[in-house]
Design a protein around this ligand. Structure first.
Ligand code: PLP
Length: 362
């Protein structure tokens, strides 16, 4: 049985929407983007702006809060390079934070307290793999008391509802950024992204920066082209209607993995705690340096897997970072992402789980 890591599709109805949009001849600066912004605002209860990618969302958020030459911004070393690159693009310096512990992917308040210095101007906090960073509220409070901005990177956390606070991930920081990369829980059919704002303060700044051609008066040489196009917006508008349902489907599928994998001896494998997450990725951790062997075994059974994310060598090569991240070193050697998406069949999940069990029984 073949199990793909991702299965991206455009539905029949979406094809009609795309064709209609193509027929209209409006490709940029039309009503699809402004309607999507209104619908995102309604969904989240925050102000929203669409842009051309998640990376551009981060760049514009940092530009808006005024990150510039030699300002330091804390970034997680265990996430994608986009945050660090965005900081550098604004002229700032990314300060990398190691992971907290093996099997714990989100930042902690203690860690943030230890890393903050007078030069620190912002923190980019990523809710890893769709799991809410549990100390976000405390971190937000602490950063506020020190005049440091909190940017939530919610690219893994579209529509992640926090029942205890009755709000969404993305509503704790000064600005939040989302990638609409096609594999995300809310994905476009190409590149796109959006930002959420609690009020108009930073939204107005981003509005000026994202489209040099429609800003009434250019007040910053940093204005750029980060426009979202109409085709992406019309597809995302349609998909937003099913976001909560699709997140629920991911949770249901994750439960099958959990029930099947949780019975394997903990000395071999750590599985994500069940509950809360919307499982952008289902990431397990394999002990004793056996991850690559397991991965090869699964490949031989036609099961695709991925690694989110490999050890961040880019910190050294792109930023001249001299140190090592000891916890990440250990963590990344064991990480393995299993296929999980709304349309994956239970049969596939059972097959993947069975093959993992067999590997450890050998
Ligand atoms: C956590 C995170 N931040 C930022 C990005 C960058 O988004 P994009 O690829 O849309 O520029 C991604 C993309 O995968 C991501 O996963």
């Amino acid at each position: 049985m073949k199990v793909l890591f991702e299965q991206l599709r455009v539905s029949f109805f979406e094809k009609i929407l795309i064709q209609k949009q193509l027929n209209s001849g409006v490709f940029l600066k039309g009503t699809q983007v402004s309607s999507l912004e209104q619908e995102l605002a309604f969904f989240y209860g925050s102000k929203a702006l669409c842009v051309s990618s998640g990376t551009q969302a981060l760049v514009l958020a940092l530009e808006a809060i005024g990150i510039s030459s030699r300002d330091e911004v804390l970034v997680q070393a265990n996430t994608i390079a986009a945050g660090a690159l965005a900081v550098a693009q604004c002229g700032g310096i990314p300060i990398f934070m190691d992971a907290v512990d093996v099997g714990k992917h989100n930042v902690s308040l203690d860690q943030v307290k230890k890393m903050c210095r007078p030069e620190t101007k912002a923190l980019i906090l990523t809710h890893m793999y769709g799991e809410f960073a549990p100390e976000t509220k405390k971190i937000a409070r602490y950063l506020k008391s020190r005049g440091i901005a909190l940017i939530e990177d919610c690219s893994h956390a579209h529509g992640l509802w926090i029942e205890a606070d009755k709000k969404y991930a993305g509503q704790y920081g000064d600005i939040s950024c989302f990638s609409l990369y096609p594999t995300k829980n809310l994905g476009a059919i190409g590149d796109a992204g959006y930002l959420l704002f609690p009020d108009d303060r930073w939204r107005k700044e981003v509005l000026k920066l994202r489209d040099y051609s429609s800003a009434e008066k250019i007040t910053s040489y940093r204005s750029t082209n980060a426009r979202c196009d109409e085709i992406q917006a019309c597809v995302v508008r349609h998909r937003l209607k099913s976001l909560s349902k699709l997140n629920k489907l991911r949770q249901d599928k994750a439960r099958y993995y959990h029930n099947n994998l949780d019975m394997i001896d903990k000395k071999h494998i750590l599985v994500p705690l069940f509950g809360g997450s919307i499982y952008y990725q289902y990431v397990i951790w394999i002990n004793n340096g056996k991850r690559d062997l397991l991965r090869a075994w699964l490949k031989s059974k036609s099961i695709e897997t991925a690694i989110h994310y490999p050890y961040p060598e880019y910190a050294k090569y792109a930023f001249g970072y001299e140190g090592v991240f000891p916890i990440l070193k250990e963590t990344t050697e064991g990480l393995l992402s299993l296929p999980l998406y709304p349309s994956i069949s239970i049969k596939s999940i059972k097959y993947v789980s069975r093959q993992i069990q067999k590997f450890f029984e050998k």
